[in-house]
Write a protein that binds this ligand. Structure first.
Ligand SMILES: Cc1cc2nc3c(=O)[nH]c(=O)nc-3n(C[C@H](O)[C@H](O)[C@H](O)COP(=O)(O)OP(=O)(O)OC[C@H]3O[C@@H](n4cnc5c(N)ncnc54)[C@H](O)[C@@H]3O)c2cc1C
Length: 380
């Protein structure tokens, strides 16, 4: 057993830290307020090789694992959750191509997203199909020309800026099992009948794009089917086994970033004639926050390590995702508490971190869904 990161992993971590500190700090607040993301930052991240490092080298990635992807994201999230969300989401769904795509799909779609020239996303959620993904009704009817897609999806990352999206569609409504009725199709957003409505005023992660999207007789060729027809639900679950492992690193990064802000503040702020860091109550808070982060980090790294070693463990991955989300929400609350009233104002970074944290208990499986997965597997 070895808990040390390799020299290469430490180098990647350091490079990601330097990039985030150098590039995010000055623009983060403005991007949050304006709800924008600078395209140049994406291209720079692509040039420096930070995007989708888990993708094979022949498709433009670094041929590394999900642990390395998680290490990069953790460093990014420490500095700013909103910009980091966007930089992670541009390759969101690439896992489906790697696991189930044809060689020509991988060559066509993956190099553009690792270079930062193209943006993708994964559209699963619908107005009446959130946690219950198998109830999705956006339909893709097979005809001589391919598939004709009709329906809508909500809260989709990159919906209004993506070049293409993976779309979880109902293709086999007559199948007896509700888990054999869906398929995953890639849809270029320039196709006639595609429309997107950017969501303004999200609670957090405002620098990242989220949109409601609409498909009105959108035609895609048969070649746009990713994986097998009717196998979409199982493909989706395998995607979640990867994405949840590294989304856990979002929570670890956010929590660590919040703790770092709190530590800086308590060492400067004076009350009752002393630095507030000298109060034992403050020291206890810091100790509890740091310990929780260490626990969440260990679980997140283990979840990623298992994936990278072909030992995917859905239960451990769900534990990592749930624990990291909870840790982020609890730690950021205490971190803001230590800032006092100043933490409530948006000229202090902790305010942005606080608003961002909650999403980690909502997307990629709510905390209840993660606990359902854990409980069912233990009791099975
Ligand atoms: C910022 C942001 C970005 C997002 N990006 C994307 C994206 O890129 N692609 C995408 O497809 N979706 C995306 N989503 C949507 C997200 O995945 C869903 O919000 C999430 O899956 C929950 O679905 P829902 O909102 O419909 O909630 P619901 O499923 O309606 O859940 C409401 C509540 O009921 C609970 N609940 C539901 N079922 C059960 C059960 N069986 N047992 C116990 N409790 C239950 C839930 O845990 C939750 O607390 C995004 C959401 C946000 C906020």
């Amino acid at each position: 057993m070895d808990f040390e990161l390799s020299k290469e992993q430490q180098d990647i971590q350091r490079a990601a830290r330097e990039f985030a500190r150098g590039e995010f700090k000055d623009i983060a607040r403005e991007c949050d307020i304006n709800e924008t993301f600078p395209r140049a930052l994406l291209e720079k991240a692509g040039e420096l090789g930070f995007l989708g490092v888990f993708i094979d080298e022949k498709y433009g990635g670094a041929g590394l694992g999900f642990l390395e992807h998680a290490l990069i994201l953790e460093e990014f999230w420490k500095v700013d959750p909103g910009l980091s969300q966007e930089l992670c989401s541009v390759t969101f769904g690439a896992e489906e191509f790697l696991l189930f795509g044809t060689e020509s799909q991988k060559m066509k779609y993956l190099p553009g997203i690792t270079s930062g020239e193209k943006i993708m996303g994964f559209a699963i959620t619908e107005p009446d199909a959130g946690s219950d993904t198998a109830s999705a009704i956006t339909s893709a009817v097979e005809d001589d020309n391919g598939f004709l897609i009709d329906g809508s999806k909500v809260m989709i990352g990159n919906g209004s800026v993506a070049d293409f999206l993976l779309v979880f569609c109902l293709t086999d409504p007559e199948e007896e099992s509700r888990y054999n009725r869906h398929s995953i199709l890639v849809v270029e957003t320039t196709r006639p009948g595609y429309d997107a409505d950017k969501i303004e005023g999200k609670m957090g992660l405002r620098a990242s794009d989220t949109a409601n999207i609409f498909f009105s007789a959108v035609q895609v060729p048969k070649d746009n089917l990713v994986g097998e027809k009717g196998n979409g639900f199982f493909q989706l679950m395998q995607f979640f086994d990867r994405s949840r492992a590294y989304v856990a690193a979002h929570g670890v990064g956010l929590a660590q970033g919040a703790l770092d802000l709190a530590v800086t503040h308590v060492k400067e702020r004076r009350q009752f004639g002393k630095k507030i860091s000298s109060f034992q109550a403050t020291q206890f808070k810091i100790a509890e926050m740091a310990t929780r982060i260490e626990l969440a980090r260990t679980l997140a790294y283990r979840a990623c390590w298992l994936v990278d070693h072909d030992k995917v463990d859905t239960k451990v991955i769900a534990m990592a995702k749930w624990a990291a989300g909870r840790t982020a929400v609890e730690v950021v609350d205490e971190a803001l508490q230590l800032h006092g009233g100043y933490g409530y104002m948006n000229d202090h970074d902790i305010e942005r971190f606080y608003r961002a944290a909650k999403v980690l208990e909502l997307y990629e499986g709510t905390k209840e869904i993660e606990k359902m997965i854990i409980g069912r597997r233990i009791l099975a």
